[in-house]
Write a new protein. Structure first.
Length: 150
């Protein structure tokens, strides 16, 4: 599963409690653009509409240059439908009812030629939690560096 894009900001600002996989509805030029790596997940999130469908919002997919004539009125951050089974969707809706829980895209990758989005059920981190996490990473990095030297 080659990863195309990751949402590093989300991993820093949120505590991921559970992950799930979803397909995404894209047009032909958008697929080519995503496979080239022209997608950014920074600031993106998932939301439900009134019909019980899940959408990815604020994800930036750049226009595919060779298809400029086809994509005249293209907006790179329009909402895109996510594809989940009814059972998965019901489960996520139930979990999203809890206070402080958000559904955030963590990464985009390909599986057997299909583009998939890894969604994380997340809870926001406090500032002191972020500092603690940074300290742990620094310590782990220092330990690995020392082990390599020996």
């Amino acid at each position: 599963m080659p990863t195309i894009a990751t949402n590093k900001e989300a991993l820093q600002n949120y505590e991921v409690m559970e992950t799930s996989e979803a397909g995404i509805v894209l047009t032909g030029p958008e697929v080519r653009s995503v496979k080239r790596g022209s997608i950014q997940l920074k600031g993106s999130y998932c939301s439900l509409d009134g019909k019980g469908e899940l959408f990815l919002k604020n994800a930036h997919i750049s226009a595919y240059k060779p298809a400029a004539s086809v994509q005249r009125d293209y907006t790179p951050t329009h909402r895109r439908k996510l594809l989940l089974s009814k059972q998965e969707l019901r489960s996520l809706i139930g979990k999203l009812q809890a206070k402080g829980i958000t559904l955030i895209p963590l990464r985009v990758y390909t599986t057997r030629g299909l583009i998939k989005v890894e969604l994380g059920l997340c809870r926001g981190r406090k500032t002191y939690d972020k500092r603690e996490q940074k300290k742990k990473k620094d310590i782990e990095r220092d330990v690995k560096r020392e082990l390599r030297k020996k």
